[in-house]
Write a protein that binds this ligand. Sequence first.
Ligand code: NAP
Length: 283
Amino acid sequence: MKNIYAIGIGLIGGSLAIDIKNNNPDIIIHGISRKDATLNKALELGLIDKKATLEDLKHADLVIVSIPVDATVKLLPTILDKIPDTALVVDAGSTKADICRAVENHPKRRNFLAMHPIAGTEHSGPTAAISGLFKGKTNIVCEVEKTTFKLQEKALKLFTDIGMRIRYMNPEEHDKHIAYVSHLSHISAFMLGKTVIDKEKNERDIFDMAGSGFASTVRLAKSSPEMWTPIFKQNKANVVETLEEYIANLTTFKELMKADDYEAIFKEMESTNYIKEILKGIH
Ligand code: NAP
């Protein structure tokens, strides 16, 4: 593998570029993005070796697509049109069903591997890219059987070499589960942030009084709306279902408070402490 084209070189594309280049110094990373300023930044930061355009994809051995999921759905068929028959295309999108559907009948479907690296931060753009982001994290691979075996093997080596473990799921299953553990967490952080901002008009008060509990709980509210709006749109049915369950739990909590039922409140929290067991081994 010699020529890698990174389409989107923000947090995910840039971090993948760093780790893959560290493991394979002879590889040339070509960057493709909407804005020239983003490409220049990526060059300056050493995330990419060269700037490129979609027309250059005819030289690609591997294409990594890390752009918002609506842009991925639109661009993926064109990317497959332009690559040589031997190249592999992977995407890093946080939703999988619409993306897989967008290329299900494409003549080069077997050159594509759908994946979702479960790693990230609340920061975005090339300056957010960091090395080691994927070490010890899970990469969810969907519809692996639809990718040529040789290309599957290439991808698996590349991603296990940067420290990822691989899990297989079908796209619908992925989107259902990820709505709970990722999409709901982001909505919850955004609305927690909104609630505090609406009430506490004085930014200084928020800053002085907010402890690290608030900061860590609301952290995800710093995430990019440009990336998250299309995720919620593509995963609407699952996200709405998780929100209904979450709102029901919040309502129950409110009713217990109103009824002064602190024994029940204690029990609600005590049973939820089980999350400690579930999350053992993360961090
Ligand atoms: P990011 O830091 O905001 O970077 C996005 C990149 O996509 C930028 O280089 C941007 O370049 C480009 N871009 C934006 N809109 C575009 C469009 N309409 N067409 C073409 N390029 C466009 O985002 P990210 O966090 O790396 O996320 C990238 C992908 O990874 C998304 O699909 C996301 O769902 C997925 N993902 C994210 C996380 C996470 O925690 N952030 C985790 C796993 C997977 P310009 O500046 O040139 O527009």
